[in-house]
Design a protein around this ligand. Sequence first.
Ligand SMILES: [Zn+2]
Length: 162
Amino acid sequence: MKCPVCHLPDSRVMDSRPIDDGSSIRRRRECPSCGKRFTTYEVIDTEPIAVIKRDGRREIFDKHKLALGIQRACQKRDVNSEQIAESIEAELQSSQVTEISSTDIGELVLTRLKETDIISYIRFASVYREFKDIDSFMDEIKSIYRRSRKKVAAKAEVKSDD
Ligand SMILES: [Zn+2]
């Protein structure tokens, strides 16, 4: 496994352990050149996905870590963060993506939150989209509000047709 920092083609496995009922193996690795420690997952017929962070650092996509991030933004909301993280992982694996930016992952989360819980969506968006100023944030909220009113109006119309 190539080192994510210095790209040395080889790394040393420090520890291997089965996870998810043995359907995958988690390995702690260390680069013998720069000393970087990182984690890889071995799963059947799927490649680990590299996440490129805003500062350019890379790490292996970890659905549990993603679920925690979603959970933090959606505290006390009825949102199944594990399920969202799992569906994102499934989407990435089925599209055979080998690397993705953390910004794009944030957008995938937002797409799902928008469908499930608008409060969580706004909270998550405020953290991950890093709105430049309060105006652009308010614009986003207004456009969501307009869309949701249109939805309600459309539903009401359907009902009145009954
Ligand atoms: Zn290295």
